[in-house]
Structure formats: structure tokens, C-alpha cells
Design a binder for this molecule. Structure first.
Ligand code: ADQ
Length: 483
């Protein structure tokens, strides 16, 4: 089976968050299950630098305002189609905005162009390539499905995956005439969204099936509280909605072979984590000590609940905790965390920025990872934590609820607990969970049992990749019956 994945990010070439990890790991996992997935990605500078251009597979004299071409590339075990469109993607800054974080004003044009090309590939414009399924990730790839539906490949089945409903790609109605879609696309069951154009909305409407990245989030987005304005549409399509929990790349995230940690270790040699803890203390200027180090590796945003954590930092420190934070995002939150580090020298350390290697060291050396998200479609850092014996303390929401087993009395006595959950989303509830963790940490047998149970959890892609294969197969058979 051939699947075309359309994605705005892919690890290890370009990553701003968890979507990149999934887009990079899923093709490798599917290969083991007989599915060949090729990924269409924008030709950002980091992508263009990763391969040598040969003959283009497709050329566009004018794609949304400039010349563009599609190249085939193989890198890091991934089969790529790269959309080389310098006027859209050759820019200094991030994939979606400039160095100050401001969105590129022409994002609609950039990702509409990605959609046009995705739909052309779906429709067989490259000789010898005809995918059985198209799989689009988030709003940036969603227009692929709209362009397919309105002419370029109406009969190819498709999957729209929502990694985060908070990002929808909503634009004013004035862009519609430039999208090159027929007039009848600007309707309620097309691309129209609250009077404007909604890219994610268009994809949700056009997809044969919708998936999101955990069963609990799949239920949550059907409610007004989590649906972010799309719950009505999602409910209408509930029969085509699936929650498939993310896995992680267990080769890249493997404490036994990880080159980013000071000392590699396994479940049998957990005591070797001590060297990593030392290294974390050094990096974050934390006092050496016997107590636990809690960590945060996150975008610093409202979604991630950082404003729930910050007001209780003083109490966490007073209770004997130390804290190492790696993240970037909202400037107010960054400032508040830096202020906490200044107040609690040696107890709280903060690194503002994005540092993949340091994130590995933290999972390998910290005792617990705090994830107080307000909503979390799946979450990956708790999965890395499980694999590395860095016990997750998580809000009971979305994929966090689905992947961490709370250390309540029943779970502890059955030996199945892997972390701590808290609800509701409040400082008090989080502090209570941190205190439960501190108590557990003071009993080494209990703590080690939590670590070992987490390390045993199957966080690989095996089961979830099989679920995607099942879904792809069902869509292909349905298509055959319908025709
Ligand atoms: N400062 C930093 N330095 C280094 N690494 C950092 C970092 N900040 C974050 N990361 C890394 O970025 C990734 C974040 O992934 P998450 O799944 O936690 O959230 P995100 O909201 O980006 O993803 C969205 O998509 C994913 C994928 O489906 C869903 O799991 C999630 O719930 C949804 O919100 C992890 O690999 C993490 O280690």
C-alpha cells in the first residue's frame, strides 16, 4: 500500500513540536507493516540543505506567485517529496513565522500551495506514483484534501489527523478567489468557516476519515469546552472519527543507546541515572542534593498550563522539590519562570530556548516530569518520561489520561502504576500531585517500582501503526465498494 503523507514538519529536518516527531516516526513504523509512506514537505532551508537537487518530478511555472518544483529526496530513512518554492519557503525564521515569532502574513498562500501540490501528487501527476491513501496533518496540510475533493483527486480516500485543534488556519473570505477553487466550495459544507475560509475545517469536511491522537481527546473535541468552534462539525462526522494514540520512536528515544545522556542505562542499571542527574544539576545550576528534580520540557503556553504551575513553584521548593525547566514561548511566562529561578537559586533552574539534546538529558536524569496541560491531544513528553524512568505527573486530560496510570492505592498494590494524574486544572490539584510524588520518592522501593513499570509500558508505534493500517485498509475497501 502506498500512502502520501502531507506534513508541514518532519523530524529530524524541521520541528517546532510533537507533530514533527509523529510525521517522522510514522513512516518508519508503517514500513514494518508493509505500508510505504512518502511525505510531502515544504522546502524550508533546512529541508533543501538535506539533499542534492536532481531532476524535478514536477514543475510549476507559477505556484501562488513564483516558480516551484517538486523533488524526490531520501534522508534519515524517510522518502520525501520536497516542494521547492523559494518565494514561499526560503526564509530566515521558523516554519510559520519570522524570528520574532510573528506569523508570516502569507501563511494562507504558503499552505494553500502545499495543498495544491499534495492534491496533484494524489491525482497521479507524477508518472508512476499513485497513492492509495492521502494522510494530511493539521491545518497546514488540510487544503490538500479540499483540492482533491474539488477536482484534483476526488476518488482517492483520505485521512485528516488533528494534532491540535487550537490551530485552525482561519483566514478572511477575501483570500477565497485566489485559492483557485470552484465557487461552490465557499459553502458551509466546503471551506467556508464563520464567514471566512477555514483550512482545517475544509480538511475535516473533505476527509474520508478524521483521526486525532488519543481516544480521550477524540471524545473531548466533540464538546464545546474542547471543540474550539468545530465541535458541531466533528459531531456530525462522529462516525468517521478515530482516536489513535501516538507512539514514539523507541530507537531515537532509547536510554540504553542515547548519545545525549551522560550515562546510558537500562531498567537493570537504573542507578546509572545518577550521573545524568548530576549533569542536569550542572546544566541548570542546581544544588547537588538528595531530593528529587522535577522537570518541564515544553512550549511555554496557556495550553501547557504553565500559568497553573508558576504560582505554586514556591511551595514546590518549600516542600523539598527542585525544578529544571526547558522551554520557550509566551514572554510573560518566560519572565515569570526566570524570576522564580532568581528567587530560588540552586533550587530552580530555567533554560529558555529549544534544545533537543538537553531534552534527552533531562528525561534521562530528572526524577519526574510535570505536564499540567489544560488540554493535550496526546502529549509525547510523558511517553519519553515513561521510557526513561522519569515519572510523569500529568493533568487528567486527553492523551495524558490515556497513557499514564495514576499511582492510587489500587494501582500501586496491583503493581501497574506509572505516574500521577491530577484534576481539576488548578494549582492546588497540581501541588497535591507533586506532594504525592514527593512522598512516593521518599520510599525508594515504591519509586523504583513506578519507574520500572513505566519503562515496561509499550510506548512504541507498533500497536498504533497497526491501527492506522487497519483504518487505511477499511477506507480503501469502502472506496472499492462505493465505486
Ligand atoms: N524547549 C524545548 N526543547 C526541546 N524539545 C522541546 C522543547 N519544547 C518542546 N519540545 C519537544 O517538542 C515535542 C512536544 O510534543 P508534545 O506532544 O508534547 O506537544 P505539541 O503541543 O508540540 O504537539 C501537538 O501534537 C502532538 C503530536 O500529535 C501531540 O502529542 C500534542 O498533544 C499536541 O499538542 C516533544 O518532542 C518535546 O520533547
Amino acid at each position: 500500500m502506498q500512502v502520501l503523507s502531507v506534513t508541514p514538519e518532519i523530524f529530524p529536518l524541521v520541528k517546532t513540536g510533537g507533530l514533527a516527531d509523529v510525521a517522522g516516526a510514522l513512516p518508519l513504523a508503517l514500513a514494518g507493516q508493509g505500508v510505504s509512506m512518502r511525505s510531502l514537505v515544504p522546502g524550508y532551508p533546512a529541508v533543501m540543505a538535506a539533499f542534492n537537487k536532481k531532476k524535478p518530478l514536477l514543475a510549476y511555472p507559477d505556484l501562488h506567485g513564483g516558480k516551484a518544483a517538486v523533488y524526490s529526496a531520501e534522508t534519515a530513512g524517510l522518502d520525501l517529496f520536497v516542494l521547492d518554492a523559494p518565494h514561499l519557503f526560503d526564509r530566515v525564521g521558523g516554519p510559520y513565522g519570522d524570528a520574532t515569532g510573528a506569523d508570516w502574513p502569507d501563511n494562507w498562500r504558503r499552505f494553500a500551495a502545499l495543498g495544491v501540490v499534495g492534491a496533484d501528487l494524489a491525482g497521479g501527476r507524477v508518472a508512476g506514483y499513485a497513492p492509495d491513501i492521502v494522510h494530511a496533518h493539521d491545518w497546514q496540510a488540510a487544503m490538500t484534501l479540499a483540492y482533491m475533493r474539488y477536482g484534483r483527486a476526488p476518488s482517492v480516500p483520505s485521512v485528516m489527523t488533528v494534532h491540535n485543534l487550537a490551530f485552525q488556519g482561519s483566514f478572511p473570505a477575501s483570500i477565497f478567489p485566489q485559492l483557485g477553487l470552484p465557487d461552490n466550495a465557499m459553502t458551509l459544507d466546503g471551506v467556508e468557516y464563520y464567514g471566512g475560509v477555514g483550512f482545517l475545517k475544509a480538511g475535516l469536511q473533505a476527509a474520508s476519515a478524521i483521526t486525532t491522537v488519543s481516544p480521550t481527546y477524540a471524545q473531548e473535541i466533540r464538546t464545546p469546552a474542547f471543540g474550539m468552534g468545530l465541535d458541531g462539525l466533528i459531531n456530525l462526522r462522529a462516525g468517521d472519527l478515530h482516536g489513535i494514540v501516538n507512539g514514539i520512536d523507541v530507537e531515537i528515544w532509547n536510554p540504553e543507546t542515547d548519545g545525549h545522556v551522560a550515562a546510558a542505562y537500562s531498567a537493570k542499571t537504573l542507578s546509572a541515572r545518577a550521573a545524568n542527574k548530576r549533569a542536569v544539576e550542572e546544566r541548570f545550576n542546581l544544588d547537588h542534593g538528595a531530593g528529587p528534580i522535577f522537570c518541564v520540557v515544553s512550549r511555554l503556553t496557556w495550553q501547557k498550563g504553565m500559568d497553573i504551575l508558576i504560582p505554586i513553584l514556591d511551595q514546590i521548593v518549600a516542600s523539598g522539590g527542585r525544578l529544571a525547566v526547558l522551554g520557550s514561548g509566551d514572554q510573560g511566562l518566560e519572565g515569570a519562570l526566570l524570576a522564580a529561578a532568581a528567587r530560588h537559586r540552586g533550587r530552580v533552574g530555567v533554560v529558555i530556548g529549544y534544545d533537543e539534546a538537553l531534552s534527552h538529558l533531562m528525561q534521562g536524569g530528572c526524577d519526574a516530569i510535570l505536564i499540567p496541560s489544560r488540554f493535550e491531544p496526546c502529549g509525547l513528553t510523558q511517553l519519553y518520561g515513561l521510557r526513561y524512568g522519569c515519572v510523569p505527573i500529568v493533568a487528567r486530560t486527553g492523551g495524558l489520561a490515556d497513557t499514564v496510570i495514576d499511582a492510587n492505592e489500587a494501582a500501586l498494590s496491583a503493581g501497574v502504576a506509572t505516574g500521577f494524574q491530577f484534576a481539576p486544572e488548578s494549582g492546588d490539584a497540581l501541588l497535591h500531585a507533586v506532594r504525592r510524588a514527593l512522598r512516593a520518592y521518599s520510599e525508594p522501593v515504591v519509586w523504583q517500582a513506578l519507574q520500572l513499570q513505566g519503562m515496561k509500558a509499550d510506548v512504541s508505534w507498533d500497536r498504533s501503526a497497526a491501527r492506522y493500517v487497519e483504518l487505511y485498509n477499511s477506507l480503501i475497501s469502502k472506496q472499492t465498494v462505493d465505486q
